[in-house]
Ligand binder design. Structure first.
Ligand code: SAJ
Length: 401
């Protein structure tokens, strides 16, 4: 079995590696020559625990080769980004160009799968594109959608053990795609149709966004009501059928803060709760920034001098170095713009250097600051001693019991 993975990013590369480890002869394709060279040298260009050894092994055995262009294979996987445009409309141009790149190689009996998070109808659109360019293939190839579901940081385990949803454009396509994934997936493979599988991925991440919005809304209510939201949620979750997530300084990353827009842009009349959740989670970051600015003004009035402020965390979630779409980063820049005369110490223990912010060691910043703002719940922060000699704005529950 020969397979081509189009896109060697956070999902494409690990999936290509795992498939190669399970006996598939894999060509990993990327438009970035640096990624291709690095991969062929057996070096991992992403941060993912445990994956570097696997990559070395499959490159050394010849099971995985990276390339700038696809080669003739039995199966083709589209694992490219689907960002949104300025108006929150999904941009599927990378899926389309990857599809056009494999078009000349497709032959009878081949499997074509989209893994990229995609708006409803994308698989059908790509099938139409394929058949309009290669009409002789209609009814002769298998086309399916199978979304990835892995959590960065735990990819090796989740790629193999998570259940997968597989939706073909017809039953034969679903069956063919299931056959491929069963080569390395130990979780259950749930057959469906392409539109349902596309919506399923958007639903999973929207569901998380809505649940986090509930926690964030509670945190703002509790702030005004003088209630500790962490205690409240811990107690409410003692009910056997209640499971509230944790509030934070907003929702970041390239999945949960993005995917719901693929629903709201296509169904603006119907998707009201999903749209509200997005705006609550976006608003939470502005709310946090305003709290920081107000605390700084209050400090200046009370002490007759500007405070030193420590902004603790830039990553979009705990214990990672990924700053993309991070609400913490947004809050830091907003606070800096409003109070550019104050000394603001920026802390991110998982990053050694940043091109915009001068980073300070977290212990030093905590010691020096008058106001400490916890934005990301990184584990090392939890060891810092509680003190009431500073103003502490704990937006992510560092000091929760
Ligand atoms: N967050 C909270 N409170 C919580 C949980 C998370 O504020 O209780 C925040 C995080 O701090 C972060 C954001 O939400 O800013 C997203 O973090 P996450 O850990 O919930 O999710 P991601 O973006 O790392 O990965 C998600 C996962 N989806 C679900 O859990 C439903 C993952 O399984 C998907 O594969 C991934 O999106 C994706 O690629 O779509």
């Amino acid at each position: 079995m020969k397979a081509c993975f189009m896109g060697l990013g956070y999902i494409g590369l690990p999936t290509a590696i795992i498939a190669a480890k399970h006996g598939v002869k894999v060509t990993g394709v990327d438009i970035n020559p640096a990624i291709v060279d690095k991969t062929n040298a057996g070096e991992l260009h992403i941060v993912e625990p445990g994956l570097a050894e696997y990559l070395k092994e499959v490159v050394a055995s010849g099971a995985l080769k990276a390339s700038l262009v696809p080669v003739e294979s039995d199966a083709y996987f589209m694992v490219v980004p689907t960002p949104f445009k300025g108006n929150h409309q999904p941009d599927i141009s990378f899926v389309e160009s990857a599809t056009r790149a494999v078009l000349p190689f497709l032959k009878e009996g081949d499997l074509y799968v989209i893994e990229s998070t995609s708006p409803i109808g994308t698989t059908e659109r790509m099938a139409n594109l394929i058949f309009s360019e290669r009409p002789e293939l209609e009814g002769k190839i298998y086309i399916a959608y199978c979304p990835e579901r892995v959590l960065p940081g735990n990819v090796i385990h989740e790629l193999v053990h998570n259940d997968r949803v597989i939706g073909g454009i017809d039953e034969a396509s679903t069956a063919k795609a299931k056959e491929f994934y069963s080569l390395f997936v130990k979780g259950e493979l749930h057959g469906s149709n392409a539109r349902t599988a596309e919506m399923c991925k958007l639903t999973e991440n929207s569901s998380r966004d809505v649940q986090i919005a509930f926690a964030n809304e509670l945190s703002m209510i509790c702030d005004r009501a003088g209630i500790n939201v962490w205690d409240l949620i811990r107690l409410a979750n003692k009910h056997p059928r209640v499971n509230i997530l944790q509030p934070g300084c907003g929702v970041g990353g390239h999945c949960i803060a993005v995917d719901p827009y693929f629903i709201t842009s296509a169904f603006p009349e119907e998707a009201r709760l999903i749209a509200d959740a997005r705006s609550i989670n976006n608003y939470k970051a502005d709310w946090c920034a305003e709290k920081v600015v107000n605390a700084m003004l209050r400090f200046e009035i009370e002490h007759g001098r500007k405070p030193v402020v420590a902004m603790m965390g830039l990553a979009f979630k705990p214990d990672i170095d990924d700053l993309r779409e991070s609400p913490a980063k947004y809050i830091v820049s907003k606070v800096m713009l409003s109070c550019n005369n104050s000394r603001i110490l920026v802390v991110e223990p998982n990053v050694t250097e940043h091109h915009v912010y001068k980073l300070t060691d977290y212990r030093k910043a905590y010691e020096e600051a008058d106001i400490v703002v916890f934005l990301t719940a990184h584990t090392p922060f939890k060891e810092l001693p509680w003190t009431d000699s500073k103003v502490i704005l704990d937006f992510c529950g560092i000091f929760r019991k």
